[in-house]
Design a protein around this ligand. Structure first.
Ligand SMILES: [Zn+2]
Length: 177
């Protein structure tokens, strides 16, 4: 993996969110394009320390099957052995401790409907109890009507629509269409 789990990115607060979204875009560019799905990238960031730390990354179809970026980033983090968690925060006792303060950066709105049988990413993020979700662009109605952001808000997760990378996020997502 190119990033973390162990890298600290010092940066100024104002540009910080867009920088993490750019990391997510780098992930999205690793996707194998397919006409039947989007290419999405996701970065998980822990805010337990003074400087935010990338704790996991993921992209569409990175893990076997028709897997999604957000679920892959979570799954990779949750598969880290317990004894590696102290690298992110000295007092974190569990993966859940870290996720409770974690920010999700995803290039496209987390999905709310899956036709493949896997749980939608919005549900996966809600179950993981992450704190905030920063989104590059809304999911267009190419395949289904997405209500992922609203589901997150309904579950008490802060949703932040980042400005400035919408077009790039969409262009990368539609590679292969
Ligand atoms: Zn998804």
């Amino acid at each position: 993996m190119r990033f973390p789990p162990y890298t600290v990115y010092p940066m100024t607060p104002e540009g910080q969110h867009l920088q993490f979204l750019r990391l997510a875009l780098d992930e999205a560019k690793k996707c194998t394009p397919t006409p039947t799905a989007f290419c999405v990238g996701c970065v998980l960031v822990s805010c337990l320390e003074a400087e935010p730390i990338v704790i996991s990354t993921g992209y569409s179809r990175e893990l076997p099957g028709n897997t999604h970026a957000e679920a892959n980033a979570l799954s990779k983090f949750c598969s880290l052995p317990q004894d590696q968690l102290s690298k992110f925060n000295a007092s974190a006792q569990s993966h859940a401790d870290i996720l409770a303060s974690a920010d999700v950066y995803t290039t496209m709105e987390p999905c709310s409907i899956r036709t493949s049988g896997l749980p939608p990413c919005a549900e996966t993020l809600i179950d993981a109890r992450v704190k905030r979700c920063f989104i590059g662009v809304g999911e267009p109605d190419d395949f289904v009507h997405c209500e992922g952001a609203q589901k997150l808000v309904n579950a008490g997760i802060d949703v932040i629509w980042l400005k400035g990378l919408e077009e790039e996020s969409l262009n990368v997502a539609r590679r292969g269409h």
